[in-house]
Design a protein around this ligand. Structure first.
Ligand code: SAH
Ligand code: SF4
Ligand code: F3S
Length: 428
């Protein structure tokens, strides 16, 4: 069945959890015969998947909705649909500001895809939507696929809105996860990335995160496993052991540090000290000297003095992360930290942000440069315009001029040159 007159577009703001949910929704829509629009102008179903983590993310949603409403003014048959964390947090505020939204649903809405389909002017409603295995019902030919293994978060880091918009942490049934992984692999997936706000606290009956990984690793035609995000208070020796023993698990870990000042870490309710964090880095590197470690840092948290900031900067210089995301603290309503005055000026936050970014870019560029003239094991992920886009086990992108046969294959590439975020290689 095709609905040639219907075309959807999904704009996604936020984390990989949102990306993955948008992907699932796109599959359901495509499965119902709706085509994917290439531009906003071409679409008559406009879906916005929102994020609330920083004020900036919410601003972005507001300006997108402004554009969508202008399109709807010209063509009233356009449907505007808003989903995700911001739709959970402030639905009334969004509806008040944008009166032409057709449907808004938060993260707790059940059967979201079906409700969206019901809204659409099909000549005939699609009948047989498979409810099981939503993520696997179509083969989009993706070599790398994400799977959400848990939802919500119980950690209540004092700055963070996620526990409020995503609710209590729940680990999904491991048998369901296994089934999904197996069908993905049967459909050609070579790399699976496990997602959760804190994958280290995954627990379903007897199955904890390390056990889950070792079970997934047994799927024969699967080449690689990655996961994110980790929490320093929960990362344990079992995980380090399985990472170092199991060759399918990529030796890359995203371990958000947030700050290196114990005073700030305590105020953030992170439940670890900097010493504990450093110890984890030491243990990871002792077990796997080649491991790549990336992190998140927040600058300008309330009460962060120049000295506290320098502690973080020095830690970054010492640890030498492969990559790093740095964020300016953004006060979020209802969080614990919102009760403390947001006392670092915007100018100072911007300054600290740029100092850290400059430092970390230099480190990351050096690590990339050291890979030139070495052979790296890569997996071919995408093939476009005669160029294969592949990724090293440490999660760096490599562009290789070659043919399509390397798509989905893991092989050694010779690295010829490097930029901070991408490497250029050839097959020798
Ligand atoms: N659960 C994950 C990811 C949370 S959001 C984790 O704990 O790591 C991703 C990153 O956004 C966080 O690691 C943090 O660095 C940043 N972040 C979250 N809330 C923020 C806020 N209010 N202001 C600035 N950065 C924030
Ligand atoms: Fe937010 Fe902390 Fe939970 Fe991460 S662990 S989602 S930063 S509350
Ligand atoms: Fe993700 Fe943003 Fe929601 S970071 S969980 S989309 S608030």
């Amino acid at each position: 069945m095709e609905n040639l007159d219907l075309k959807y577009i999904i704009e996604t703001i936020g984390c990989q959890m949102n990306e993955n949910e948008s992907f699932d929704l796109a599959e359901t829509l495509s499965h119902s015969g709706i085509l994917q629009a290439k531009t906003l102008q071409e679409a008559n179903i406009v879906i916005l998947n929102t994020c609330s983590v920083r004020a900036q993310a919410e601003q972005k949603a507001f300006s997108f909705l402004g554009r969508a409403e202008r399109i709807k003014k010209e063509n009233s048959s356009v449907k505007i649909i808003v989903i995700g964390c911001m739709a959970q947090r402030i639905p009334d505020k969004i509806k008040k500001r944008f009166k032409n939204i057709d449907f808004i649903a938060g993260t707790k809405e059940a059967n979201l895809a079906e409700k969206i389909l019901k809204l659409l002017p099909f000549s005939e409603q699609p009948k047989s939507l498979p409810k099981e295995n939503l993520c696997c019902k179509l083969n989009f030919g993706k070599i790398v696929r994400h799977i959400t293994i848990m939802k919500g978060c119980n950690n209540y880091c004092s700055y963070c809105v996620v526990p409020f918009v995503r609710g209590q942490e729940i680990s999904f049934d491991y048998k369901k996860i296994m089934n999904d992984c197996v069908s993905m692999v049967e459909n050609g997936t070579k790399e699976i990335i496990l997602l959760g706000q804190n994958v280290n606290s995954y627990k379903y009956g007897e199955i904890d995160f390390s056990k889950l990984i070792s079970k997934i690793a047994k799927i024969e035609s699967l080449t690689r496993i990655r996961f994110m995000t980790n929490h320093p208070k929960d990362l344990n020796d079992d995980l380090i052991e399985i990472m170092s023993k199991e060759s399918k698990v990529c030796r890359h870990i995203h371990l958000p540090m947030q700050s290196a000042s114990d005073k700030i870490l305590e105020q953030m309710n992170r439940k670890y000290t900097f010493k504990h964090y450093l110890n984890l880095i030491k243990n990871l590197r002792t077990a796997m000297p080649d491991i790549s470690i990336t992190t998140d840092v927040i600058v300008g948290f309330p009460g962060e003095s120049q000295k506290n900031f320098e502690e973080t900067l020095n830690a970054i210089k010492d640890i030498k992360f492969d990559g790093l995301y740095v964020f300016r603290y953004s006060q979020r309503p209802n969080t614990k930290a919102a009760q403390i005055p947001d006392d670092v000026s915007l100018e100072e936050k911007k300054h600290r942000h740029s100092v850290i970014l400059k430092e970390s870019n230099e480190i990351s560029a050096k690590i990339a440069a050291a890979m030139v003239n070495t052979k790296q094991e890569v997996l071919g992920e995408k093939f476009e315009n005669g160029i294969l886009s592949a990724r090293t086990r440490s999660c760096r992108k490599v562009f290789i001029t070659t043919d399509k046969t390397y798509l989905g294959k893991q092989f050694y590439a010779f690295i010829k040159s490097a930029k901070i975020n991408s490497l250029f290689g050839e097959i020798r």
